[in-house]
Write a protein that binds this ligand. Structure first.
Ligand code: AMP
Length: 840
């Protein structure tokens, strides 16, 4: 921000100029936030702009512009959606930033209503959910339309998307008013957000308009969301409702618009009625205790509740950015009415943003198990949201540079330098992030990301993503087993809980074994010499005991006491400890095939993929053979190059590959115009932008088809839960002789794999059935339910279709239940399900 003059010292000319600048700037931020779901400044910085605008307008009321941000809500609806005019406008809320502001609010309300200072005035307080607001119109109890806020008067028609959200009933329960508009917030929980972003990191949505929700980043780029609110907005504002359906959105109801009969005379009564109609509200108990929405007669009560909610903020599981106070009596609300963009009867008491400013003292590079070079900023320690933060991840090279390998600016990336002053944000329990680099005094030079591994010195390279043909944002050390950092991390992974999980051999002990030179690769664990092992155990136990004693003595000394006199040390039975460890290792000489594969720590091969491989192949040699064949059959560069053309995805490539030699030889033939190849208009355009002449397009396609992957690759990549990225990674792994040797050494050391535990399908009533779980399960978690069902041979799906055999519905089930009825799918309760599978 430029140096700003105090508002009191501005002259009218300066004030007018600044109001003009602020109007433009705020409008641009509004567009980024509301239309593109991709803000470029923090909420706190945005609020500061608005506050300054308001302060200047207060001092110079005559200079208020017709396009003033204070007269406007949100942004105009995006042109890609049909528009819906709200029967009653959807407004914004005035903000309070301090307790004094809340006192002023209550005083203003009383003055306006001509109430005495001691006359009772009930005000509700409830969390301000940080999502996007949505208005749902029910006619005769049926949902007929759903609209975003848009500019407050006209919103975007997202009816089909809203219908896919579980929390949004298609029909109101126990009520069929002629017209009832329910308003509330669409949001995403932290857990769902993290899982969604993790999933998006592995895919690039290219082909089918999934990139529609804003102009950037370039098609084919992996798009992740900056925070749960952007994720919720980006997921709801999709052209294709099926994408919305796949996104874990939720909805809280807290307000209403046009209603033919109002089910109460106070804010609380109507919200209670919303609960009865089938909505989730904050008047319902929270975590089995008191509801988060409550009613108070005094400002003290409100502010106390504000602090209570603030203290629970990090554990709510979703973002809130303040507490909203509303005058409870609806008669009073009517009298109070509105000023410009907000009601006079409500105010949002914002939380102090969980942000702090500090200095980047260094940027360290850690090398992970798969060789990824992970940058970490070392910060001058600072307290953010009540926690001291002294380092924060910088994700990858592009994030630090603020641009990708091709020099294109990337979303959320900043040019972060050592010596920079940065703004750190820690919202809720989300990991701290750098959200801004302060202008002004900057670090002297851009950070030079190493192109060699800082641990072993081998070259560190960017890989090419096979789905997009573009260089990855991540650099990897090219040495695999010879890089000590990778070897050590790899061993830690090898013994981890979901891999070999060896009793008595934890992560720190395996590190000690590595440092002592006893274990260099996984196979060494299975041929550990006993005597050196015993010596190491003894040394470590002794070191630990000495450290404990030193700590005890230091504690005594701090109190001015003499060190403890210790008698003869009890003799530990190190022989027994060693035997126990050797037994633990022996117990794992036989292990499930999927654990074995997962334990190898191959990039992109997680548990799910390992399980998929174990279902398709009998043993390790079979997987190795398939991987090597796939390596030979992998697609050539020309294929990947064609695939990297924006809007061209794998499905489309399959279709393009059906081009015949006759077509390719025909000078009249143009892939971009061919009826038979069925490209959509965006794809045609994209192809013509890439290759201007028809002849070039023919030649590029001919080369691509020539380089198309062979059957062994396609079979591997086509296995469910495997896919091209994992297939290629597996192929590369087994193409390396040292990896094959490490695997062979394990087998030679006597490790045997067991064919995967086949589902216990004999006598299972659900074998082969497709089951969907929805609503809240009370006797098991979703994950337990899924694992149990899969162990019994059922397939667990995320959405209901014709192919679904059974829906298990708990309380709060929403659209999936309606879908089940639509498709005539059998629905059972959780208890009935447990009875069916014999564990009720
Ligand atoms: P603002 O976005 O700052 O203008 O604040 C108004 C917005 O807060 C509304 O449009 C809603 O999207 C949102 N909001 C979140 N929770 C609540 C709530 N409990 N009551 C009213 N508005 C809320």
């Amino acid at each position: 921000m430029p140096d700003l003059k105090a508002v009191e010292t501005l002259d009218p000319g300066e004030a007018a100029a600044e109001l003009e600048r602020l109007a433009g700037e705020i409008a641009e931020h509004d567009r980024r936030y509301h239309e593109r779901d991709a803000p470029t400044i923090s909420d706190a910085a945005y609020d500061a702009l608005r506050r300054r605008n308001a302060a200047i307008e207060r001092r110079f009321p005559d200079l208020v512009r017709t396009d003033s941000p204070s007269l406007r809500v949100g942004a105009e609806p995006s042109a890609k959606f049909a528009k819906i005019r709200h029967a009653l406008p959807m407004l914004s809320l005035d903000n309070a930033f301090s307790d004094e502001d809340v006192v002023d609010f209550a005083r203003r309300v009383r003055r306006f209503l001509a109430l005495d200072d001691d006359a009772p005035l009930a005000i509700t307080a409830e969390p301000k959910i940080d999502g996007l607001s949505l208005s749902l119109r029910y006619e005769d109890g049926r949902l007929v339309s759903a609209a975003t806020r848009g500019d407050g008067a006209v919103g975007e028609d997202v009816t089909r998307n809203a219908l896919t959200i579980d929390d949004i009933p298609h029909r109101l329960s126990h009520a069929r008013p002629a017209v009832f508009e329910v308003r509330g917030e669409v949001y995403m929980t932290h857990a769902d957000f993290a899982a969604l972003n993790a999933g998006l990191a592995g895919t690039a949505e290219t082909d089918d308009g999934a990139d529609e929700d804003d102009g950037e980043p370039a098609p084919g780029k992996v798009r992740q969301f900056a925070n749960p609110r952007n994720a919720a907005a980006g997921s709801l504002r999709q052209k294709n409702p099926e994408i919305t359906r796949s996104r874990p959105l939720r909805f809280f109801a807290y307000a209403w618009g046009e209603v033919s009969e109002r089910p109460g005379d106070t804010q609380s009564e109507v919200v209670e009625a919303l609960g009865r109609m089938g909505f989730r509200t904050n008047l319902q108990p929270h975590a089995g205790a008191q509801p988060l929405m409550r009613r108070f007669e005094t400002v003290e009560g409100l502010v106390e509740h504000y602090r209570r909610i603030e203290s629970q903020r990090a554990t709510l599981g979703y973002d809130i950015d303040g507490v909203v106070y509303k005058v409870d009596d609806l008669g009073f609300q009517g009298d109070l009415g509105f000023v410009s963009r907000s009601p006079r009867w409500a105010i949002a008491h914002k939380f102090s943003a969980e942000q702090a400013t500090t200095i980047v003292e260094a940027i360290d590079i850690n090398v992970g198990r798969t060789g990824k070079l992970a940058p970490l900023a070392r910060l001058k320690p600072v307290t953010v949201g009540g926690v001291v933060v002294s380092n924060v991840t910088l994700h990858n090279e592009d994030y630090i540079a603020g641009r990708d390998a091709e020099g294109e600016p990337i979303r959320g990336g900043r040019d972060v330098r050592v010596g920079d002053t940065v703004v750190i944000q820690r919202a809720g329990d989300v990991i701290p992030q750098v959200v801004d680099v302060a202008e002004g005094e900057r670090g002297p030079e851009p950070f030079r990301f190493p192109d060699h591994c800082p641990v072993c010195g081998s070259k560190a390279e960017r890989e090419i993503n096979p789905r997009t043909g573009r260089p990855s944002s991540m650099r990897r050390c090219t040495a695999t087993l010879t890089c000590p950092a990778q070897a050590k991390e790899g061993l830690k992974h090898f013994v981890s809980r979901n891999a070999f999980d060896i009793e008595g051999l934890g992560q720190t002990f395996v590190e000690a074994l590595f440092d002592a030179g006893l274990v260099k690769q996984p196979a060494d664990i299975f041929r550990l010499p006993v005597e050196p092992l015993k010596t190491l155990i003894e040394e470590r136990a002794l070191a630990l005991r000495l450290a404990n004693e030193a700590e005890e003595d230091a504690a005594l000394a701090a109190k001015g006491l003499a060190p403890k006199t210790r008698g003869k040390r009890k003799a530990y039975d190190y022989t027994k400890a060693t035997r126990n460890l050797v037994d633990g290792i022996d117990a794992r000489r036989s292990i499930a095939l999927d654990r074995f594969v997962f334990a190898l720590g191959i990039p992109e091969i997680g548990e799910t993929t390992a399980k998929a491989l174990a279902r398709s192949f009998p043993d390790v040699p079979a997987i190795e053979a398939a991987a090597r064949a796939a390596f030979a059959d992998q697609p050539g560069e020309a294929w990947s190059r064609f695939l990297a053309i924006p809007k061209i995805g794998e499905g489309t490539m399959e279709r393009l590959a059906t081009v015949t030699p006759e077509e390719l030889a025909d000078p009249e033939f143009d892939p971009a115009r061919s009826e038979r190849l069925r490209l959509n208009s965006a794809q045609r355009l994209s192809l013509r932008e890439r290759y201007t002449e028809a002849a070039e397009r023919r030649a590029a396609l001919a080369e691509a088809v020539e380089a198309r992957p062979g059957p062994a690759y396609e079979v591997l990549a086509g296995l469910p839960d495997v896919g091209p990225v994992a297939a290629l990674s597996l192929a590369r792994f087994f193409a390396e002789a040292h990896n094959r040797e490490a695997v062979a050494a394990l087998l030679a050391a006597g490790v045997e794999t067991e064919a995967p535990a086949r589902p216990v399908t004999a006598g299972s009533p659900v074998a082969g059935q497709t089951v969907v779980f929805t609503g809240t399960l009370e006797k098991m978690t979703r994950i337990e339910a899924k694992e149990r069902a899969e162990a019994l041979g059922a397939k667990v799906a995320g959405s209901v279709s014709k192919k679904t055999d059974l829906v298990v519905a708990g309380p709060g089930a929403g659209s999936k239940l309606t879908d089940a009825q639509k498709h005539g799918v059998r629905v059972v309760s959780e208890d009935e399900w447990l009875d069916m599978i014999g564990t009720g």
